[in-house]
Design a protein around this ligand. Structure first.
Ligand code: PLP
Length: 425
């Protein structure tokens, strides 16, 4: 952590806990007119600059794919073979079992849920009309929960620990309740905790008995190559393990280049058994004649193999790791001694998950808002925005400039200390 030690002593002094003094400090912050934002996990402009070359690709003369396909035209629903070959290697999924989608893997997740609701899966009838439940490891990704909310799917929170979701609880629920048809999983560098699922957890999820024959793991591998340290986490191969356990159609795997190339103009991927691939292609064929092959081709030209992807991700890491280090070091200095406050130290991904004492998260977010620091609403990391302990706050340090990350985190620390002192008063 290069930044550690450069942050200077705490401006508050490490013993300051007095509510009156903290209120005065908070008022000074409010008067500063800060305008800072730690809410969404977006790449910073200098990260997007790493992919500027894409904007000139494939070039006027370069629109033919390897097999001569004119990428300007319709067709090619499953995605360009050469693009699937590259990402097959990156994601560890056979190219025949990969589909490329448009610019958003979230859209593929949404479409998979809709297809299951309206038409059923490879091994069960339409979910619509049935009472449907999904397991939701918490804290988790609000947009997953929003898909469930949109379609009236009941969400059952399951606690996360350092190895992934509480697998004993998951096994118990899935074995006894046939209404549980799905489970959201971010298996690597989870949003927001940064936790990666252990090999044992992946094996259990792939092989556990399920009361619903059409139970699905929505395996959102959004941070497959988004390392923040030299310890590059590898997770177990859920598709292979599920197939070996006799549940080949259980995992729906998703990924995208949103936080690799251009967040708004990347390529997304679906991976699954050959039956699931045919299932999704049949649905996709009703909504599109084919994907944006020009975008696919420029992605192959720009990142032609797994090695180039890894090198590109190292450049991202150079930009964002200092921001993570800075947040962690400020939290250490300012909040390390505050009872009931803890946070994750992610080895990858885009987030830090901060836990404050029970019943204070909303107040922290409110105080930060007054001081001009926008935080993700407290509760957003739980189904229906309801964090029963009101204690989790998701921090996203990638987008702001490093000076802004510093100012925002220092202000956040004041707000946490004030909220904690108020609740003790
Ligand atoms: N899944 C997770 C876990 C995410 O954190 C995000 C973005 O923050 C997404 C999916 C969005 O992916 P995409 O841009 O491919 O739609």
């Amino acid at each position: 952590a290069d930044n550690q030690g450069e942050n200077g002593p705490s401006p508050l002094g490490s013993t300051l806990t007095d509510v009156t003094a903290l209120r005065a400090e908070h008022e000074r912050l409010c008067a500063e007119g800060l305008k800072l934002d730690l809410t969404r996990g977006k790449p910073a402009p200098d990260q997007l600059d790493l992919s500027t070359a894409l904007l000139d690709l494939p070039g006027a003369a370069g629109f033919r794919a390897a097999d001569g396909t004119d990428t300007r035209n319709y067709g090619g629903l499953q995605g360009l073979p050469e693009l699937r070959a590259v990402w097959s290697e990156v994601l560890g999924i056979p190219a025949a079992q990969l589909i490329t989608g448009g610019n958003s893997s979230l859209a593929l997740m949404h479409d998979s849920v809709v297809a299951a609701l309206l038409n059923g899966t490879t091994d069960g009838p339409a979910w619509a009309g049935q009472r449907i439940k999904f397991l939701c490891p918490v804290p988790g990704y609000d947009r997953h929960f929003a898909i469930c909310e949109q379609f009236g799917i009941e969400m059952i929170p399951v606690a996360m620990d350092d190895n992934g979701p509480d697998v004993a609880e998951v096994k118990r629920l899935v074995a006894e309740d046939a209404q549980i048809k799905g489970m959201w999983c971010v298996p690597k560098y989870s949003n927001p905790t940064g936790v990666s699922y252990s090999a044992e957890v992946v094996a259990e999820l792939a092989s556990m008995p399920a009361a619903a024959p059409d139970f699905r793991l929505f395996w959102d591998n959004a941070y497959a190559v988004h390392h923040l340290t030299d310890t590059e986490v590898e997770i177990a191969d859920v598709l292979r393990l599920a197939a070996e356990a006799g549940h080949p159609d259980r995992p729906f795997v998703y990924a995208s280049t949103s936080k690799i190339t251009l967040a708004g103009s990347g390529v997304s991927f679906f991976g699954g058994s050959e039956a699931n691939v045919q299932w999704l292609l049949a649905h996709l064929s009703k909504r599109t004649i084919g994907p944006d092959k020009i975008n696919e081709l420029r992605h192959v030209r720009f990142l032609p193999d797994a090695k180039s992807v890894a090198e590109h991700m190292r450049r991202h890491r150079e930009i964002i790791q200092p921001k993570f280090d800075l947040v962690l070091s400020i939290l250490d200095t300012e909040l390390g001694a505050v009872d009931g406050v803890s946070w994750t130290k992610p080895e990858g991904g885009y987030f830090i998950s901060l836990d404050v004492p029970d019943g204070t998260a909303k107040r922290v977010v409110e105080l930060a808002g007054q001081a001009g620091v926008k935080l993700t609403p407290a509760g957003a990391t739980f189904p229906l925005g309801d964090d029963p302990r009101d204690r989790n706050i998701r921090l996203a340090p990638t987008f702001p400039k490093i000076e802004e990350v510093e100012a925002a985190t220092r202000a956040l620390a004041v707000c946490v200390r004030l909220a904690v002192s108020e609740s003790a008063a």
